[in-house]
Design a binder for this molecule. Structure first.
Ligand SMILES: [Zn+2]
Length: 122
């Protein structure tokens, strides 16, 4: 079984491959950003640590997003992004039968889909 990172494995193969947390929680198909299926907490960049912009020079242009597994609440990732910027892809798996240049259903959807605790099929 392939591994995306310390917490997330790739289960299955081909078009049906899915992100799965090590607790067994499904985190959506590999064609989507798993962060959309994780719990997200967005806050000031200072949440990343006390050494990050301690004097708020960047104002509120940037945010710190933390992603957690809805099953075990393990932190899956942290990203610093511009406010309103779409979720960042850490890694993107392209399955052998996926056509070259295929895009996931992401795009300019923004982070609002990320807080859904259940992976909605469809
Ligand atoms: Zn989990």
């Amino acid at each position: 079984m392939a591994r995306l990172n310390e917490q997330i494995e790739i289960a299955g193969g081909g078009a049906g491959a899915r992100h799965v947390c090590r607790c067994g929680r499904d985190l959506g198909p590999v064609t989507e950003n798993y962060k959309r299926h994780a719990l997200m907490r967005e806050g000031p960049v200072q949440n990343a640590g006390p050494w990050v912009d301690p004097h708020s020079i960047g104002g509120d242009r940037f945010v710190c997003r933390q992603f957690f597994c809805p099953g075990c609440l393990t932190q899956l990732d942290v990203e610093i992004a511009q406010r309103g910027e779409p979720l960042l892809w850490d890694a993107r798996i392209r399955m052998p039968d996926e056509p070259e240049g295929a895009e996931g259903p992401e795009g300019a959807n923004g982070p609002e889909g990320a807080s859904k605790p259940e992976g909605s099929e469809g």
